[in-house]
Design a binder for this molecule. Structure first.
Ligand SMILES: [Zn+2]
Length: 542
Protein backbone atom coordinates (compact mmCIF):
# COMPACT_ATOMS: atom_id res chain seq x y z
CA UNK A 1 0.00 0.00 0.00
CA UNK A 2 2.74 2.45 0.86
CA UNK A 3 5.04 1.68 -2.05
CA UNK A 4 4.17 4.91 -3.87
CA UNK A 5 5.76 7.87 -2.18
CA UNK A 6 6.32 11.44 -3.27
CA UNK A 7 8.16 14.10 -1.29
CA UNK A 8 7.23 17.76 -1.70
CA UNK A 9 10.14 20.15 -1.32
CA UNK A 10 10.03 23.97 -1.17
CA UNK A 11 10.63 25.77 -4.48
CA UNK A 12 13.00 28.20 -2.78
CA UNK A 13 16.47 26.66 -2.61
CA UNK A 14 15.04 23.54 -4.28
CA UNK A 15 18.33 21.86 -5.15
CA UNK A 16 19.65 22.06 -1.60
CA UNK A 17 16.46 20.38 -0.43
CA UNK A 18 16.87 17.74 -3.13
CA UNK A 19 20.43 17.05 -1.98
CA UNK A 20 19.13 16.52 1.56
CA UNK A 21 16.89 13.68 0.38
CA UNK A 22 19.45 11.86 -1.73
CA UNK A 23 20.24 8.91 0.53
CA UNK A 24 16.58 8.36 1.41
CA UNK A 25 15.45 8.55 -2.23
CA UNK A 26 18.09 6.01 -3.28
CA UNK A 27 16.95 3.68 -0.53
CA UNK A 28 13.15 3.88 -0.99
CA UNK A 29 12.75 5.17 -4.58
CA UNK A 30 10.55 8.06 -3.52
CA UNK A 31 9.67 10.69 -6.12
CA UNK A 32 10.27 14.43 -5.67
CA UNK A 33 8.27 17.50 -6.64
CA UNK A 34 7.67 21.08 -5.57
CA UNK A 35 4.09 21.07 -6.84
CA UNK A 36 1.27 20.15 -4.46
CA UNK A 37 -1.08 19.15 -7.27
CA UNK A 38 1.50 16.85 -8.85
CA UNK A 39 1.90 15.11 -5.49
CA UNK A 40 -1.87 14.86 -5.08
CA UNK A 41 -2.36 13.20 -8.46
CA UNK A 42 0.65 10.89 -8.12
CA UNK A 43 -0.91 7.39 -7.84
CA UNK A 44 -3.93 8.86 -6.03
CA UNK A 45 -5.27 7.50 -3.68
CA UNK A 46 -2.49 4.99 -3.09
CA UNK A 47 0.43 7.28 -2.42
CA UNK A 48 2.12 8.56 0.70
CA UNK A 49 2.97 12.26 0.50
CA UNK A 50 5.91 13.30 2.61
CA UNK A 51 5.95 17.03 3.30
CA UNK A 52 7.46 19.60 5.62
CA UNK A 53 5.71 21.12 8.58
CA UNK A 54 7.38 24.49 7.92
CA UNK A 55 4.64 27.15 7.60
CA UNK A 56 6.34 29.08 4.77
CA UNK A 57 7.57 26.06 2.83
CA UNK A 58 4.78 25.96 0.27
CA UNK A 59 3.15 29.39 0.55
CA UNK A 60 -0.01 27.84 2.03
CA UNK A 61 -1.07 25.36 4.68
CA UNK A 62 -0.29 22.24 2.68
CA UNK A 63 -1.81 19.78 5.16
CA UNK A 64 -5.27 21.37 5.10
CA UNK A 65 -5.00 21.89 1.35
CA UNK A 66 -4.49 18.14 0.84
CA UNK A 67 -7.28 17.23 3.23
CA UNK A 68 -9.61 19.34 1.16
CA UNK A 69 -8.42 18.47 -2.35
CA UNK A 70 -7.07 14.93 -1.99
CA UNK A 71 -8.80 13.69 1.14
CA UNK A 72 -7.79 10.04 0.85
CA UNK A 73 -4.03 10.46 0.66
CA UNK A 74 -1.82 9.52 3.53
CA UNK A 75 0.36 12.39 4.71
CA UNK A 76 3.76 11.91 6.30
CA UNK A 77 4.62 15.24 7.91
CA UNK A 78 8.24 15.99 8.85
CA UNK A 79 9.18 18.87 11.12
CA UNK A 80 12.15 20.47 9.41
CA UNK A 81 12.95 24.14 8.79
CA UNK A 82 16.21 23.67 6.89
CA UNK A 83 17.66 21.12 4.45
CA UNK A 84 20.05 20.02 7.20
CA UNK A 85 17.18 19.21 9.56
CA UNK A 86 15.43 17.25 6.83
CA UNK A 87 18.59 15.31 6.06
CA UNK A 88 18.94 14.39 9.75
CA UNK A 89 15.42 13.06 10.00
CA UNK A 90 15.63 11.10 6.77
CA UNK A 91 18.99 9.57 7.52
CA UNK A 92 17.71 8.45 10.94
CA UNK A 93 14.85 6.72 9.13
CA UNK A 94 17.22 5.04 6.68
CA UNK A 95 19.56 3.80 9.39
CA UNK A 96 16.71 2.28 11.41
CA UNK A 97 14.98 1.05 8.25
CA UNK A 98 11.85 2.89 9.35
CA UNK A 99 10.60 4.43 6.12
CA UNK A 100 7.89 6.62 7.63
CA UNK A 101 9.42 7.17 11.05
CA UNK A 102 6.57 5.38 12.83
CA UNK A 103 8.62 3.35 15.29
CA UNK A 104 10.05 6.50 16.88
CA UNK A 105 6.74 7.11 18.62
CA UNK A 106 6.29 5.42 21.97
CA UNK A 107 2.53 5.04 21.53
CA UNK A 108 1.31 3.42 18.32
CA UNK A 109 -2.07 2.46 16.93
CA UNK A 110 -2.65 -0.75 15.02
CA UNK A 111 -5.10 -0.69 12.13
CA UNK A 112 -8.58 -1.28 13.62
CA UNK A 113 -10.50 -2.86 10.69
CA UNK A 114 -9.90 -5.42 7.95
CA UNK A 115 -9.95 -2.75 5.24
CA UNK A 116 -6.85 -0.59 4.63
CA UNK A 117 -8.73 2.49 3.56
CA UNK A 118 -9.48 5.92 5.07
CA UNK A 119 -12.86 7.34 4.05
CA UNK A 120 -12.51 10.69 5.79
CA UNK A 121 -9.37 12.22 7.26
CA UNK A 122 -8.91 14.09 10.50
CA UNK A 123 -9.65 17.82 10.36
CA UNK A 124 -11.62 17.93 7.10
CA UNK A 125 -15.10 19.35 6.38
CA UNK A 126 -14.65 22.28 8.74
CA UNK A 127 -17.93 23.89 7.76
CA UNK A 128 -19.93 20.78 8.60
CA UNK A 129 -18.29 20.20 12.00
CA UNK A 130 -18.60 23.81 13.14
CA UNK A 131 -22.17 23.11 14.23
CA UNK A 132 -20.81 20.59 16.74
CA UNK A 133 -18.32 23.14 18.08
CA UNK A 134 -15.42 21.35 16.40
CA UNK A 135 -12.77 22.83 14.10
CA UNK A 136 -13.11 19.85 11.72
CA UNK A 137 -13.69 16.09 11.58
CA UNK A 138 -12.59 14.95 15.05
CA UNK A 139 -11.23 11.55 14.09
CA UNK A 140 -10.59 9.18 11.22
CA UNK A 141 -13.30 7.36 9.29
CA UNK A 142 -12.00 3.95 8.29
CA UNK A 143 -13.56 1.54 5.89
CA UNK A 144 -15.62 -1.14 7.69
CA UNK A 145 -18.62 -2.68 5.93
CA UNK A 146 -21.67 -3.80 7.89
CA UNK A 147 -20.84 -6.31 10.66
CA UNK A 148 -17.15 -6.53 9.77
CA UNK A 149 -14.68 -6.70 12.67
CA UNK A 150 -13.47 -3.75 14.76
CA UNK A 151 -10.24 -4.25 16.71
CA UNK A 152 -8.45 -2.46 19.55
CA UNK A 153 -5.69 -0.20 18.22
CA UNK A 154 -3.57 -0.75 21.31
CA UNK A 155 -3.64 -2.67 24.58
CA UNK A 156 -5.88 -1.07 27.19
CA UNK A 157 -8.89 -1.20 29.46
CA UNK A 158 -12.51 -0.69 28.48
CA UNK A 159 -13.82 2.29 30.46
CA UNK A 160 -17.13 2.84 28.73
CA UNK A 161 -19.50 0.92 26.47
CA UNK A 162 -22.50 2.74 25.05
CA UNK A 163 -25.06 0.13 24.10
CA UNK A 164 -27.25 2.39 22.00
CA UNK A 165 -30.01 2.97 24.56
CA UNK A 166 -30.64 6.68 24.51
CA UNK A 167 -29.19 8.69 21.68
CA UNK A 168 -25.56 9.55 21.18
CA UNK A 169 -23.94 10.94 18.03
CA UNK A 170 -21.47 8.05 18.20
CA UNK A 171 -24.27 5.47 18.43
CA UNK A 172 -23.11 2.18 19.90
CA UNK A 173 -19.48 2.72 20.83
CA UNK A 174 -16.55 1.51 22.91
CA UNK A 175 -13.94 3.61 24.74
CA UNK A 176 -10.52 2.32 25.76
CA UNK A 177 -7.90 3.77 28.12
CA UNK A 178 -4.25 3.16 27.19
CA UNK A 179 -0.77 3.99 28.46
CA UNK A 180 0.46 7.59 28.94
CA UNK A 181 -3.01 9.18 29.08
CA UNK A 182 -4.12 8.11 25.61
CA UNK A 183 -7.68 7.01 24.94
CA UNK A 184 -9.42 5.70 21.83
CA UNK A 185 -13.11 5.69 20.87
CA UNK A 186 -14.65 3.28 18.32
CA UNK A 187 -17.95 4.71 17.09
CA UNK A 188 -21.09 3.76 15.08
CA UNK A 189 -20.85 0.04 15.93
CA UNK A 190 -23.38 -2.67 15.27
CA UNK A 191 -22.53 -4.32 18.57
CA UNK A 192 -19.87 -4.10 21.26
CA UNK A 193 -18.16 -7.38 22.15
CA UNK A 194 -16.46 -6.16 25.35
CA UNK A 195 -17.59 -5.00 28.80
CA UNK A 196 -16.49 -2.16 31.06
CA UNK A 197 -13.41 -3.07 33.08
CA UNK A 198 -12.20 -5.68 30.61
CA UNK A 199 -8.56 -5.64 29.53
CA UNK A 200 -7.96 -5.98 25.80
CA UNK A 201 -4.82 -6.73 23.83
CA UNK A 202 -3.75 -4.73 20.81
CA UNK A 203 -5.55 -6.18 17.78
CA UNK A 204 -8.22 -7.94 19.85
CA UNK A 205 -11.73 -7.75 18.40
CA UNK A 206 -13.94 -5.41 20.40
CA UNK A 207 -16.99 -5.00 18.18
CA UNK A 208 -18.77 -5.21 14.84
CA UNK A 209 -19.13 -2.27 12.49
CA UNK A 210 -22.31 -0.52 11.41
CA UNK A 211 -23.71 2.96 11.07
CA UNK A 212 -25.45 3.63 14.40
CA UNK A 213 -25.71 7.19 15.75
CA UNK A 214 -24.96 10.17 13.58
CA UNK A 215 -23.59 8.39 10.51
CA UNK A 216 -24.44 7.70 6.89
CA UNK A 217 -23.23 4.29 5.79
CA UNK A 218 -21.27 1.65 7.65
CA UNK A 219 -17.74 2.62 8.72
CA UNK A 220 -15.60 2.92 11.84
CA UNK A 221 -15.03 6.35 13.30
CA UNK A 222 -11.88 6.38 15.44
CA UNK A 223 -11.17 9.21 17.88
CA UNK A 224 -7.88 9.58 19.77
CA UNK A 225 -7.52 11.64 22.95
CA UNK A 226 -4.46 12.57 25.00
CA UNK A 227 -5.06 13.66 28.57
CA UNK A 228 -4.31 17.36 29.03
CA UNK A 229 -3.86 18.08 25.31
CA UNK A 230 -6.55 20.80 25.13
CA UNK A 231 -5.41 22.58 28.29
CA UNK A 232 -1.79 22.49 27.15
CA UNK A 233 -2.68 23.96 23.75
CA UNK A 234 -1.39 20.84 21.94
CA UNK A 235 -4.64 20.74 19.99
CA UNK A 236 -7.33 23.17 18.92
CA UNK A 237 -9.96 20.49 19.52
CA UNK A 238 -11.97 20.30 22.76
CA UNK A 239 -11.98 17.28 25.08
CA UNK A 240 -8.29 16.47 24.50
CA UNK A 241 -8.96 15.21 20.95
CA UNK A 242 -5.80 14.90 18.81
CA UNK A 243 -5.04 13.69 15.30
CA UNK A 244 -4.57 9.87 15.31
CA UNK A 245 -2.93 9.80 11.86
CA UNK A 246 0.72 10.10 12.95
CA UNK A 247 0.25 7.26 15.46
CA UNK A 248 -1.48 4.87 13.12
CA UNK A 249 0.38 2.07 11.40
CA UNK A 250 -0.94 1.82 7.88
CA UNK A 251 -0.93 -1.83 6.77
CA UNK A 252 1.51 -2.53 3.96
CA UNK A 253 -0.45 -5.58 2.79
CA UNK A 254 -3.22 -7.86 3.97
CA UNK A 255 -0.97 -9.85 6.30
CA UNK A 256 -0.79 -6.73 8.49
CA UNK A 257 -4.55 -6.55 8.91
CA UNK A 258 -5.97 -7.71 12.24
CA UNK A 259 -8.68 -10.18 11.17
CA UNK A 260 -8.03 -13.73 10.22
CA UNK A 261 -6.83 -13.59 6.65
CA UNK A 262 -9.89 -13.65 4.45
CA UNK A 263 -10.09 -16.58 2.05
CA UNK A 264 -12.19 -16.47 -1.07
CA UNK A 265 -13.69 -19.71 -2.35
CA UNK A 266 -12.73 -20.43 -5.95
CA UNK A 267 -12.74 -23.99 -7.21
CA UNK A 268 -10.00 -23.42 -9.81
CA UNK A 269 -7.74 -21.93 -7.14
CA UNK A 270 -5.90 -19.73 -9.64
CA UNK A 271 -6.59 -16.88 -12.02
CA UNK A 272 -7.67 -18.44 -15.33
CA UNK A 273 -6.47 -17.27 -18.73
CA UNK A 274 -9.59 -15.85 -20.36
CA UNK A 275 -10.79 -14.02 -23.43
CA UNK A 276 -13.89 -11.91 -23.99
CA UNK A 277 -15.78 -13.60 -26.84
CA UNK A 278 -17.07 -11.79 -29.87
CA UNK A 279 -17.90 -8.19 -28.94
CA UNK A 280 -21.28 -7.94 -30.57
CA UNK A 281 -22.86 -11.33 -31.04
CA UNK A 282 -22.47 -15.10 -30.75
CA UNK A 283 -19.12 -16.75 -31.45
CA UNK A 284 -18.57 -17.52 -35.14
CA UNK A 285 -17.08 -20.65 -36.62
CA UNK A 286 -13.56 -19.17 -37.09
CA UNK A 287 -13.50 -18.04 -33.42
CA UNK A 288 -13.33 -21.60 -32.08
CA UNK A 289 -9.90 -22.63 -33.46
CA UNK A 290 -8.42 -19.40 -32.05
CA UNK A 291 -9.73 -20.28 -28.58
CA UNK A 292 -8.32 -23.80 -28.95
CA UNK A 293 -4.89 -22.75 -30.25
CA UNK A 294 -4.51 -20.06 -27.59
CA UNK A 295 -5.29 -22.71 -24.93
CA UNK A 296 -7.96 -20.61 -23.31
CA UNK A 297 -9.21 -21.63 -19.88
CA UNK A 298 -12.09 -19.17 -19.63
CA UNK A 299 -14.38 -17.37 -22.07
CA UNK A 300 -16.77 -14.51 -21.44
CA UNK A 301 -19.94 -14.59 -23.51
CA UNK A 302 -22.81 -12.19 -23.99
CA UNK A 303 -26.21 -13.49 -22.93
CA UNK A 304 -27.42 -13.49 -26.54
CA UNK A 305 -24.97 -16.33 -27.27
CA UNK A 306 -26.80 -19.47 -28.40
CA UNK A 307 -26.55 -22.46 -26.03
CA UNK A 308 -24.65 -24.28 -28.75
CA UNK A 309 -21.67 -21.92 -28.07
CA UNK A 310 -21.43 -23.42 -24.59
CA UNK A 311 -21.37 -27.00 -25.91
CA UNK A 312 -18.70 -26.13 -28.45
CA UNK A 313 -16.47 -24.48 -25.86
CA UNK A 314 -16.75 -27.40 -23.45
CA UNK A 315 -15.86 -29.62 -26.40
CA UNK A 316 -12.58 -27.71 -26.77
CA UNK A 317 -11.81 -27.82 -23.05
CA UNK A 318 -14.12 -29.72 -20.72
CA UNK A 319 -12.85 -27.58 -17.82
CA UNK A 320 -13.55 -24.32 -19.63
CA UNK A 321 -14.96 -21.68 -17.26
CA UNK A 322 -17.77 -19.60 -18.73
CA UNK A 323 -18.93 -16.23 -17.54
CA UNK A 324 -21.87 -14.45 -19.15
CA UNK A 325 -22.61 -10.74 -19.30
CA UNK A 326 -26.34 -10.02 -19.23
CA UNK A 327 -26.58 -7.92 -22.34
CA UNK A 328 -29.09 -5.33 -23.48
CA UNK A 329 -28.68 -2.28 -25.69
CA UNK A 330 -29.46 0.83 -23.61
CA UNK A 331 -28.78 3.76 -25.96
CA UNK A 332 -30.86 6.72 -24.77
CA UNK A 333 -33.74 4.72 -23.39
CA UNK A 334 -34.80 4.65 -19.78
CA UNK A 335 -34.46 0.97 -18.94
CA UNK A 336 -36.19 -0.11 -15.75
CA UNK A 337 -35.03 -3.16 -13.82
CA UNK A 338 -38.21 -4.94 -14.99
CA UNK A 339 -37.44 -4.07 -18.64
CA UNK A 340 -33.90 -5.38 -18.31
CA UNK A 341 -35.00 -8.65 -16.72
CA UNK A 342 -37.67 -9.22 -19.35
CA UNK A 343 -35.13 -8.62 -22.14
CA UNK A 344 -32.39 -10.93 -20.84
CA UNK A 345 -34.34 -13.64 -19.06
CA UNK A 346 -35.08 -15.95 -21.97
CA UNK A 347 -31.44 -15.93 -23.11
CA UNK A 348 -30.19 -16.39 -19.58
CA UNK A 349 -32.55 -19.31 -19.09
CA UNK A 350 -30.97 -21.28 -21.95
CA UNK A 351 -27.44 -20.66 -20.69
CA UNK A 352 -28.40 -21.57 -17.14
CA UNK A 353 -29.80 -24.82 -18.46
CA UNK A 354 -26.37 -25.46 -20.00
CA UNK A 355 -24.75 -25.12 -16.57
CA UNK A 356 -23.55 -21.51 -16.70
CA UNK A 357 -23.71 -19.95 -13.22
CA UNK A 358 -21.70 -16.70 -13.32
CA UNK A 359 -23.65 -13.73 -14.67
CA UNK A 360 -22.36 -10.16 -14.83
CA UNK A 361 -25.25 -7.74 -14.41
CA UNK A 362 -24.85 -5.29 -17.29
CA UNK A 363 -21.67 -3.38 -18.15
CA UNK A 364 -19.92 -0.05 -17.36
CA UNK A 365 -23.00 1.57 -15.78
CA UNK A 366 -21.02 4.78 -15.15
CA UNK A 367 -21.14 5.51 -18.91
CA UNK A 368 -23.90 7.54 -20.45
CA UNK A 369 -24.29 5.03 -23.32
CA UNK A 370 -24.83 2.31 -20.70
CA UNK A 371 -27.57 4.08 -18.78
CA UNK A 372 -26.05 6.89 -16.72
CA UNK A 373 -28.31 10.00 -16.92
CA UNK A 374 -31.06 7.98 -18.62
CA UNK A 375 -31.74 4.94 -16.46
CA UNK A 376 -30.02 6.20 -13.27
CA UNK A 377 -28.60 9.58 -12.27
CA UNK A 378 -25.80 8.23 -10.09
CA UNK A 379 -24.46 5.20 -8.25
CA UNK A 380 -27.17 5.38 -5.59
CA UNK A 381 -29.93 4.94 -8.15
CA UNK A 382 -27.94 2.26 -9.94
CA UNK A 383 -27.81 0.36 -6.63
CA UNK A 384 -31.60 0.16 -6.50
CA UNK A 385 -31.72 -0.94 -10.12
CA UNK A 386 -29.03 -3.59 -9.60
CA UNK A 387 -30.65 -5.01 -6.44
CA UNK A 388 -34.05 -5.24 -8.14
CA UNK A 389 -32.57 -7.06 -11.16
CA UNK A 390 -30.76 -9.54 -8.94
CA UNK A 391 -33.79 -10.11 -6.74
CA UNK A 392 -36.02 -10.88 -9.72
CA UNK A 393 -33.52 -13.22 -11.40
CA UNK A 394 -32.41 -14.96 -8.22
CA UNK A 395 -35.99 -16.04 -7.58
CA UNK A 396 -35.97 -18.05 -10.81
CA UNK A 397 -32.29 -19.06 -10.90
CA UNK A 398 -31.31 -19.79 -7.31
CA UNK A 399 -27.88 -21.20 -8.18
CA UNK A 400 -26.87 -18.24 -10.36
CA UNK A 401 -24.11 -16.00 -9.03
CA UNK A 402 -24.57 -12.35 -9.95
CA UNK A 403 -21.65 -9.98 -10.40
CA UNK A 404 -21.31 -6.23 -9.87
CA UNK A 405 -20.36 -5.07 -13.40
CA UNK A 406 -16.99 -3.74 -14.49
CA UNK A 407 -16.95 0.07 -14.51
CA UNK A 408 -15.35 2.20 -17.18
CA UNK A 409 -12.16 3.09 -15.28
CA UNK A 410 -11.05 6.69 -14.88
CA UNK A 411 -12.06 10.25 -14.20
CA UNK A 412 -15.27 12.05 -15.02
CA UNK A 413 -15.74 12.99 -18.69
CA UNK A 414 -18.67 15.41 -18.81
CA UNK A 415 -21.55 13.99 -20.83
CA UNK A 416 -19.86 10.58 -21.16
CA UNK A 417 -18.60 9.07 -17.94
CA UNK A 418 -19.00 9.49 -14.22
CA UNK A 419 -15.74 9.06 -12.24
CA UNK A 420 -15.45 5.34 -11.57
CA UNK A 421 -14.41 5.61 -7.91
CA UNK A 422 -17.19 8.07 -7.10
CA UNK A 423 -19.69 5.80 -8.82
CA UNK A 424 -18.36 2.78 -6.93
CA UNK A 425 -18.58 4.62 -3.60
CA UNK A 426 -22.20 5.54 -4.32
CA UNK A 427 -23.08 1.99 -5.35
CA UNK A 428 -21.23 0.38 -2.44
CA UNK A 429 -24.30 -1.56 -1.31
CA UNK A 430 -24.72 -3.12 -4.76
CA UNK A 431 -21.06 -4.24 -4.67
CA UNK A 432 -21.41 -5.63 -1.14
CA UNK A 433 -24.63 -7.47 -1.98
CA UNK A 434 -23.25 -9.00 -5.19
CA UNK A 435 -21.95 -12.57 -5.37
CA UNK A 436 -18.74 -11.42 -7.04
CA UNK A 437 -17.18 -8.27 -8.46
CA UNK A 438 -16.19 -7.44 -12.03
CA UNK A 439 -13.51 -4.88 -12.90
CA UNK A 440 -12.06 -3.46 -16.11
CA UNK A 441 -8.34 -2.72 -16.51
CA UNK A 442 -6.92 -0.83 -19.48
CA UNK A 443 -3.43 0.43 -20.23
CA UNK A 444 -1.40 1.83 -23.12
CA UNK A 445 2.22 0.89 -22.33
CA UNK A 446 4.43 -1.48 -20.31
CA UNK A 447 4.72 1.15 -17.59
CA UNK A 448 1.00 1.91 -17.57
CA UNK A 449 0.25 -1.80 -17.18
CA UNK A 450 1.92 -1.57 -13.76
CA UNK A 451 0.08 1.58 -12.63
CA UNK A 452 -2.83 1.67 -10.17
CA UNK A 453 -4.74 3.73 -12.74
CA UNK A 454 -3.92 1.25 -15.55
CA UNK A 455 -3.40 -2.50 -15.41
CA UNK A 456 -3.49 -2.59 -11.61
CA UNK A 457 -6.97 -1.10 -11.09
CA UNK A 458 -7.93 -4.51 -9.67
CA UNK A 459 -5.66 -3.92 -6.63
CA UNK A 460 -7.99 -1.23 -5.30
CA UNK A 461 -10.98 -3.55 -5.78
CA UNK A 462 -9.19 -6.29 -3.84
CA UNK A 463 -8.49 -3.82 -1.02
CA UNK A 464 -12.11 -2.71 -0.87
CA UNK A 465 -13.69 -6.14 -1.26
CA UNK A 466 -11.16 -8.71 -0.01
CA UNK A 467 -13.96 -11.18 0.81
CA UNK A 468 -15.37 -11.12 -2.75
CA UNK A 469 -14.25 -13.17 -5.72
CA UNK A 470 -13.04 -10.76 -8.41
CA UNK A 471 -13.01 -11.21 -12.17
CA UNK A 472 -11.13 -8.89 -14.50
CA UNK A 473 -14.05 -8.99 -16.90
CA UNK A 474 -12.21 -6.86 -19.48
CA UNK A 475 -8.59 -5.90 -20.00
CA UNK A 476 -6.57 -4.73 -22.97
CA UNK A 477 -4.08 -2.32 -24.42
CA UNK A 478 -6.19 -0.52 -27.05
CA UNK A 479 -3.43 1.84 -28.18
CA UNK A 480 -2.97 1.83 -31.97
CA UNK A 481 0.77 2.61 -31.82
CA UNK A 482 1.66 -0.59 -29.93
CA UNK A 483 2.23 -3.68 -32.10
CA UNK A 484 0.17 -6.84 -31.61
CA UNK A 485 3.41 -8.60 -30.71
CA UNK A 486 4.12 -6.19 -27.85
CA UNK A 487 0.52 -6.39 -26.70
CA UNK A 488 0.67 -10.20 -26.74
CA UNK A 489 3.80 -10.10 -24.60
CA UNK A 490 2.12 -7.72 -22.17
CA UNK A 491 -0.95 -9.97 -21.93
CA UNK A 492 1.17 -13.05 -21.17
CA UNK A 493 2.99 -11.05 -18.47
CA UNK A 494 -0.35 -9.87 -17.13
CA UNK A 495 -1.89 -13.36 -16.97
CA UNK A 496 1.28 -14.56 -15.25
CA UNK A 497 1.18 -11.72 -12.74
CA UNK A 498 -2.44 -12.46 -11.83
CA UNK A 499 -2.06 -16.24 -11.89
CA UNK A 500 -1.48 -16.73 -8.18
CA UNK A 501 -3.22 -13.71 -6.69
CA UNK A 502 -5.77 -15.13 -4.27
CA UNK A 503 -9.30 -13.96 -4.90
CA UNK A 504 -9.04 -13.34 -8.64
CA UNK A 505 -10.96 -15.97 -10.63
CA UNK A 506 -10.09 -15.14 -14.24
CA UNK A 507 -8.96 -12.31 -16.48
CA UNK A 508 -10.67 -11.80 -19.83
CA UNK A 509 -8.74 -10.08 -22.59
CA UNK A 510 -10.84 -7.80 -24.75
CA UNK A 511 -11.61 -9.00 -27.46
CA UNK A 512 -11.68 -12.17 -29.54
CA UNK A 513 -13.45 -10.70 -32.59
CA UNK A 514 -15.94 -8.00 -33.55
CA UNK A 515 -18.05 -7.15 -36.60
CA UNK A 516 -16.78 -3.56 -36.43
CA UNK A 517 -14.82 -1.27 -34.08
CA UNK A 518 -11.87 -2.38 -31.91
CA UNK A 519 -9.38 -2.72 -34.85
CA UNK A 520 -6.43 -2.54 -32.43
CA UNK A 521 -7.76 -5.07 -29.95
CA UNK A 522 -9.25 -8.02 -31.87
CA UNK A 523 -7.46 -11.36 -31.75
CA UNK A 524 -9.09 -12.36 -35.06
CA UNK A 525 -9.86 -9.87 -37.80
CA UNK A 526 -12.92 -10.24 -40.05
CA UNK A 527 -10.62 -10.97 -43.01
CA UNK A 528 -9.37 -14.06 -41.20
CA UNK A 529 -6.02 -12.65 -40.04
CA UNK A 530 -5.04 -13.98 -36.61
CA UNK A 531 -3.21 -11.51 -34.34
CA UNK A 532 0.16 -12.31 -32.74
CA UNK A 533 -1.66 -11.89 -29.43
CA UNK A 534 -3.41 -15.27 -29.83
CA UNK A 535 -0.19 -17.05 -30.77
CA UNK A 536 1.80 -15.59 -27.87
CA UNK A 537 -0.93 -16.47 -25.38
CA UNK A 538 -0.98 -20.02 -26.80
CA UNK A 539 2.80 -20.29 -26.40
CA UNK A 540 2.83 -19.21 -22.74
CA UNK A 541 4.72 -21.55 -20.43
CA UNK A 542 2.00 -21.88 -17.75
ZN1 LIG B 1 -16.11 10.26 11.60
Amino acid sequence: MAKYQIIILPKLDYYNWVAATKEYVLRYHANLTSDLDVAGRHMYPNQVITLLDAPQAYGRNAVSWFRKNYPEVRLDVIEALTPAELENTLSARVSSDDRYGSSGKSFRLLWPTDYPKVNQSFGVNQHFYRRWGLPGHEGLDIRAPMRSGVYACAAGTVYRVHDGSGSHPYGIHVRLRHQDGYRTIYAHLHRALVAVGQHVKAGEQIGLANSTGNSTGSHLHLTLKKEGASAAGMTNYPSDIIDPTPFLQFPEDETELPGKSITVEWKHDMCLVGVHGRADGPLLEPDFPVIKDARMEAVKLLSNAPPDNVKRLLGINSDMFLLVRLFAGFRDRKVSSADFVSWVQADMHQLYEQGVRYFEVHNEPNLQIEGWHHSWQDGHQFTDWFLEVVERLKANYPEALFGYPGLSPGHEIPGQRMDSWVFLQQSEIAALESDWIGCHCYWISDADMMQPTGGLVYEEFRRRYPEKLLFVTEFSNPYSEVSARDKGQQYVDYYRRLRNIKGIGAAFSFVLSASSNFPHEVWRREDGHISDIAQLVGNRNF
